[in-house]
Design a protein. Sequence first.
Length: 95
Amino acid sequence: MTKRTNRSYIAEFKQEAVALVTEQGYSVPKAAASLGITGKLLYNWKAKVEAEQSGTSLNADERAEFLKLRKENKELRMEKEILKKANALLLKETK
């Protein structure tokens, strides 16, 4: 059994591959097949370029903070729901 090795591509090749799709109207599967790469790889490159252009790409610290805040937000929402239910029970008992 042979071991698979990951190929690395230069940035210029990636840019030209994405340009085939975005500027010249090729479909991702057709462009990928003509370049001898997988469609998934080309989709990933295209998404990365689009994220960089839109300015929404996060660095590692920002991503870690985002995930931490998302977790904290989820916990606070659960606490809020618990307090709502406890308050409803207390109001029911006082009637």
